[in-house]
Design a protein around this ligand. Structure first.
Ligand code: PBG
Length: 327
């Protein structure tokens, strides 16, 4: 039936009717809060481009975790900033690494789900996501030399009590190597959440201040994906599925809703996460603080869109605000 018999506005007139007809609903169980923890600082340091977010000191972390749990947020994604960086990021896999200590602090006061980001870039002095070598007179991350370092780091995370390992380096074969390494070390029960389709995005700007991980030379386009490509994302995801990923992720989220949608359609039986990254957070914050957009409406709209596109859960720096509004 067409107009005038069919009038879609009939169903939009009454607030109660709109409520019961809402197709996508955010829940507190959709949200994971990323946290930055820095070694050797006496107290938290504000991150200028991410208002309301901090590099946390270890000594304040247990209390902060308790607050996060009390709000109802189910879990956190941890990023560590070590006291010392070197060419191979060796602090990343020490048994007393910043991540290991952070997990211990969080477990003192909570049973939050702890997901640990697994990458070399916060730990290397050059800021790249693996071992840097020269090839054809250019610096590049050596794929196969990086894999064993990632495996060492994953085992260290599992040993320290991480609940989920989330490799974010876009290194070929990374999921397969991690699964094998974790299994051999006795961690067959630890799931892998793969940053399967991660783009070389300008929206990571504020994160690089937060994690002090900006590449000192070059950029990450030699391993992260070209924002122009979608078919390639499906290949990336398919490989991670074959290699044994338990959950998949698309990152960033807002500018990649089509990728989220396609990945969900292609792999409907795999849990899919999306990461609303630091630049997405900063844009909404900056526009709202100028009075140019309604902050609350923009946050809820952006997250609802990510879920509508197909994400089962979302990593977002807005998790605290949103759980307060949802409850
Ligand atoms: C790298 C990593 C990055 C982010 C998460 N893991 C940065 C990068 O690839 O440069 C970005 C997250 C954000 O911007 O919020 N291990």
């Amino acid at each position: 039936m067409n107009y005038p018999v069919t009038r879609l506005r009939r169903l939009r007139q009454k607030p109660r009717l709109r409520e019961i007809l809402t197709e996508t609903r955010l829940s507190v169980y959709d949200l994971i809060l990323p946290l930055f923890i820095k070694a050797d600082i006496p107290e938290k340091q504000p991150i200028l481009a991410m208002p309301g977010h901090f590099q946390w000191s270890l000594s304040e972390l247990a209390k902060e975790a308790e607050d996060i749990q009390r709000l109802g947020i189910p879990g956190v994604m941890l990023f560590g900033i070590p006291a010392h960086k070197d060419a191979n990021g060796s602090e990343a896999y020490q048994s007393n690494s910043i991540i290991a200590q952070a997990i211990a602090e969080i477990k003192k006061t909570t049973d939050l789900l702890i997901i640990t980001d697994l990458c070399c870039c916060e730990y290397t002095d050059h800021g790249h996501c693996g071992v840097l070598v020269q090839q054809d007179a250019q610096w590049t991350v050596d794929n196969d030399k990086t894999l064993p370092l990632l495996v060492k780091q994953a085992i260290a995370h599992a040993q320290a009590g991480s609940d989920v390992i989330a490799p974010s380096g876009m290194i070929d074969g990374m999921v397969g190597a991690l699964r094998e390494g974790l299994d051999k070390a006795g961690y067959t029960h630890i799931p892998i959440l793969s940053y399967a389709a991660k783009y070389a995005s300008s929206f990571y700007g504020p994160f690089r201040e937060a994690a002090q991980s900006a590449p000192q030379i070059g950029d990450r386009r030699g391993y992260q994906m070209n924002p122009a490509n979608a078919a390639e994302a499906l290949r990336e995801v398919a490989l991670d599925v074959q290699e044994g990923a338990d959950m998949l992720m698309v990152k960033p989220a807002g500018a990649y809703l089509d990728i989220i949608h396609r990945v969900k359609q292609r792999h409907p039986d795999y849990p899919l996460a999306a990461y609303q990254v630091s630049g997405e957070f900063a844009m909404i914050k900056a526009a709202a603080s100028n009075g140019w957009i309604d902050e609350r409406a923009a946050i809820l709209e952006s997250l609802t869109a990510i879920k509508r596109a197909g994400a089962d859960f979302i990593l977002t720096y807005f998790a605290k605000e949103v759980v307060a509004w949802l409850s």
